[in-house]
Design a protein. Structure first.
Length: 382
């Protein structure tokens, strides 16, 4: 196989040509400050932001007024969790999150725990699914916020969000879902799913790095936050600072494209992922981590018994693959997601995530699977 094949789209994606086309003029031609309301350059920038806000809202099926632009999902998560726990402190100080949440959620919750909040971490089963009964049992009168991600960034496992949201709301708490990996790949309808707070990041859906969005429900219930930052009053005072107009416009365009193309992309990628997976699982001692039935169409996470994942990756430098989340790939300890699902440290260190993208070529991907299978067999003989 000639060239380099990128199979790590859950870490980041290339900026699409359509998105780049929308973005570039806002650097050099329509470069105004969106807060400058006294001249044409400012009006043009403000219009670009308004258009993008509507495009993000259309993807999530919410109103434009419910969208706050941020530098990415991690900032959105911090704003939401810290802001809610401060604003709703008169109700209580209890947070619930799953053991398989992204570190952006878990680290924020644990930081608040050090500051006096009460934190309950829900276990998951072998597929990475949160048990509804466990959530129901964990809810308390002082529970303010439940944080359960839509789709896991490592395994692709999709939670039963509507059921979990209904249980949360019955207890009078707010429901937040990290939709960073699901937005643009599968439908994320905040009305249908019952989500009160969610986030997304442009670079996961063929937009640029450094821009994202936070959704805050305005009615039934109305989500209020105490601000984390001050200065300037931008984004309803929740995220002050000069707006990144090129990035915001790019995010909006990425959401527009995803709204139109997600179904076709999902069908193609699911089929290709399955064939890729079948080649590898024909080997003895290779199994899929996470749910087979409920997962993202582009993602497979495999354990290769008898080898170390880092050795396999080093053996095939022309194939871009990952041992897990890009945010924790430099850490020596086993994946907290796999550990929570019951895998041993040895199994975790023998596991690799493969995530396909909209332009991932079929022939090269299947050839890569055969090369990976051959390399696994060779490593097992060493």
């Amino acid at each position: 196989m000639a060239g380099f094949l990128y199979l790590d789209h859950n870490a980041t994606t290339a900026v699409s040509e359509q998105v780049l086309k929308v973005m570039l003029p806002l650097f050099t031609e329509n470069y105004g400050n969106a807060s400058s309301r006294t001249h044409r350059k400012g009006w043009e920038a403000a219009q670009a932001v308004d258009t993008a806000r509507a495009q993000v809202a259309a993807l999530l099926n919410c109103t434009a007024q419910e969208i706050i632009f941020t530098s990415g999902a991690t900032e959105a998560i911090n704003l939401a969790i810290r802001g809610v726990m401060s604003a709703w402190s008169s109700r209580g100080n209890h947070i619930i999150a799953a053991a398989t949440e992204h570190k952006a959620v878990l680290d924020t919750c644990r930081d608040l725990e050090q500051q006096g909040c009460q934190l309950t971490i829900l276990p998951v089963n072998r597929e990475g699914i949160v048990d509804a009964a466990a959530l129901r049992a964990a809810l308390r009168p002082d529970t303010v916020l439940v944080c359960l991600m839509h789709a896991n960034n490592e395994t692709g496992t999709i939670q039963q969000i509507r059921q979990l949201a209904d249980i949360t709301h019955a207890a009078g708490a707010l429901f937040m879902s990290d939709t960073t990996q699901s937005a643009g790949k599968i439908p994320v309808d905040v009305q249908e799913l019952g989500i009160d707070i969610c986030c997304l990041s442009a670079h996961k859906m063929y937009g640029p790095k450094g821009v994202g969005a936070l959704y805050l429900r305005r009615r039934d219930p109305r989500v209020t936050l105490h601000h984390v930052f001050t200065g300037g009053g931008h984004e309803r005072g929740l995220r002050p600072g000069t707006l990144n107009v090129p990035g915001i416009a790019a995010l909006g365009e990425a959401c527009r494209i995803a709204s139109e193309q997600w179904w076709d992309n999902a069908a193609r990628l699911s089929s290709l992922r399955t064939r890729f997976e079948q080649i590898l699982t024909e080997l003895p001692g290779v199994f899929v981590n996470g749910s087979i039935r409920n997962r993202l169409p582009n993602t497979t996470h495999l354990t290769f018994h008898g080898i170390r994942a880092d050795q396999l990756i080093a053996r095939l430098p022309h194939i871009g693959m990952a041992t897990g989340s890009a945010c924790t790939s430099a850490l020596p300890e086993p994946s907290h997601v796999l550990t929570a699902m019951g895998l041993s440290p040895e199994e975790s260190h023998a596991s690799i995530r493969f995530s396909l993208g909209t332009l991932t070529p079929e022939t090269e991907t299947l050839q890569a699977a055969r090369e990976i299978a051959k390399a696994v067999e060779e490593l097992r003989l060493l």
